[in-house]
Design a binder for this molecule. Structure first.
Ligand SMILES: Cc1cc2nc3c(=O)[nH]c(=O)nc-3n(C[C@H](O)[C@H](O)[C@H](O)COP(=O)(O)OP(=O)(O)OC[C@H]3O[C@@H](n4cnc5c(N)ncnc54)[C@H](O)[C@@H]3O)c2cc1C
Length: 511
């Protein structure tokens, strides 16, 4: 992505020239907008206050899904859109977005009933344009998952969806935007919005947190794609809060502790909420919760003890045969959904649809999904065709991502050959990540801090015991060699990483 050592300086050397578009926020929403804007030939800049995808876009359940649950809520358009985008991503990015069967065990007293579920899945299939969902009998299910609770087990529905690595999806989308002439700067925070004589937003006050440079950057249009932070930015315009931040947490188990070939959907025994166990990056993640997290962003999200216990109550009920306990998990993670406040009391019923609105020239977008990022991006840009006529020519059929195939091709697209050429195919521990991927990230992917490398460019910090303590000496050698960090810098990076890991990803009881 950033193939020149001096890319940040180069970008700064042209930052003062006015831009067509500034996108604030480097999660999937901002990335998707930058990608489409660059495709339209706009001079577009994305700015992200921390690392790319360090907000909600790294802490999802990793599903590229049609949204079976939206169907249950009667959100037909959202389901149709999600199914369409799921297929488009599956076609465009094999190796990154992977088809995956989901098993939904059915127990006596199952709610919704078997007939309703069968009907729902039939509609899901019909809308997706292919017949796939089917029912498996009790014996077949026990054969596949011998550790599943058998008490009251009737059988299971099987239906198709897909999974991805959310961070890598964001990085791929940003990478394609850069290849098309878009620009992106991470660790660059918008401290304030600039306004013209009529009070309309016409730029941003930017603070580069790596070089400590500050400047005002002007643009024809500015988009607020800051996800759960968007109300915070809008405060400067006196915008009344629109968000209902909802926290969701997950636990990650070793695959050897919880072997899983396909995802499993479980209904929580206490409240019937759907939860997922998903095989992911050689591990099994299970979640999620859905709770109000009103003091965001002042209090960043982390899994509470009550949430850990809630997740484990479902695991204990349905997976008693593996002897799993909370402290056998390798890590936990939490994110905040940027859901738009609506009438629903119950967090689970709040719509996951995106919302787009303009406010004193600032275009706000929030609430979208990973899955539907492209639709959201096009809808946002469609509101700007008056100000930026080049956007009128955007085609809905343009390619999403170029290149894909096996895991490396999917994750790195056109750069997969470069990763392979490093000839370090050994994997780090029992994860699928290779040492070549770490080196590639350090050389070409804008790693500024150790957690960029271990929590996002790779997900080793979530997959290895104690955040990867055992591999840190080898990582130190790599970082010092590739980034020129001296001993003191490494010590600072490690200390900061350990603190982040302990606070946000460890299993320590805290409440
Ligand atoms: C628990 C959970 C599970 C989910 N599961 C799924 C799933 O399986 N499938 C799916 O499709 N979706 C899922 N989602 C939804 C999806 O993850 C989010 O909707 C999506 O990631 C939101 O992306 P975003 O870009 O809008 O926000 P974010 O990813 O949060 O990005 C916003 C960015 O703006 C930056 N920012 C904020 N303020 C500033 C500023 N002043 N200057 C510069 N930058 C700033 C932040 O640092 C942040 O990186 C899930 C969400 C959660 C929480």
């Amino acid at each position: 992505m950033f193939h020149h050592a001096d890319w940040r300086d180069r970008l700064w050397s042209e930052i003062d020239r006015p831009w067509d578009l500034i996108v604030i926020g480097g999660g999937i929403t901002g990335a998707g907008i930058l990608r489409e804007a660059a495709r339209a030939g706009l001079r577009a800049l994305l700015v992200e206050q921390n690392d790319f995808a360090s907000g909600t876009s790294s802490w999802s359940t990793k599903l590229v899904h049609g949204g079976l649950r939206y169907l249950a809520n009667g959100e037909w358009r959202l389901t149709r859109e999600s199914l369409h985008e799921r297929q488009a991503l599956l076609d465009a990015a094999p190796g990154l977005v992977e088809p995956m069967d989901f098993l939904m065990p059915v127990y006596a007293g199952h709610r919704p009933g078997r007939l309703v579920t069968r009907l729902g899945l039939a509609v899901y299939d019909l809308m997706a344009g292919r017949w796939h969902a089917h029912y498996r009998g009790r014996d077949a299910v026990i054969n596949e998952l011998p550790y599943l609770a058998t008490d009251g087990l009737r059988g299971a529905f099987v239906y198709p969806d897909a999974r991805t690595d959310d961070v890598r999806l964001v990085l791929r989308v940003i990478g394609e935007a850069l290849a098309d002439g878009g620009k992106a700067l991470h660790y660059a925070r918008v401290d304030a919005l600039c306004r013209d004589g009529q009070g309309q937003v016409c730029g941003v006050s930017l603070h580069d947190r790596i070089t400590d440079r500050r400047t005002d950057v002007m643009a024809t249009a500015v988009i607020n794609a800051t996800g759960p932070w968007s109300d915070r930015l809008r405060r400067q315009l006196d915008g009344a809060p629109r968000l209902r931040p909802l926290r969701g947490s997950h636990l990650v188990f070793r695959r050897t502790d919880w072997p899983l070939e396909r995802a499993v959907m479980l209904f929580h025994p206490d409240d019937g909420r759907p939860m997922f166990a998903v095989p992911w990056c050689g591990a099994t993640l299970v979640g999620t919760t859905d709770l109000d997290h009103a003091d965001f962003p002042d209090t960043p999200p982390r899994m509470t003890d009550a949430e850990g216990d809630y997740i484990m109550a479902a695991v204990d009920r349905y997976v008693p045969g593996l002897g799993l306990a909370r402290d056998r998990a390798v890590s936990s993670f939490s994110g905040v959904r940027p859901v738009v406040a609506g009438a629903a009391d119950n967090p689970g019923e709040a719509s996951r649809d995106s919302a787009i609105w303009a406010e004193q020239g600032l275009v706000n977008v929030t609430g979208g999904k990973l899955t539907t990022y492209r639709v959201t991006a096009r809808e946002v840009l469609a509101t700007l065709t008056d100000r930026l006529p080049a956007l009128a020519g955007l085609s809905a059929d343009a390619a999403i991502l170029s290149g894909g195939g096996d895991r490396l091709a999917g994750r790195y697209g056109p750069h997969a050959a470069g990763v392979r050429a490093l000839e370090e195919p050994a994997t780090v521990g029992d994860t699928p990540f290779t040492w070549a991927e770490l080196r590639w990230a350090l050389r070409h992917e804008g790693v500024e801090h150790l957690d960029d490398l271990l929590l996002r460019r790779t997900r080793l910090g979530l997959l290895l015991s104690s955040g990867g303590e055992a591999v840190l000496p080898a990582v130190e050698t790599l970082c010092r060699g590739e980034l020129g960090w001296d001993r003191a810098r490494w010590d600072r990076e490690v200390a900061a990483y350990r603190e982040t890991w302990q606070r946000y990803h460890s299993l320590a009881r805290r409440d």
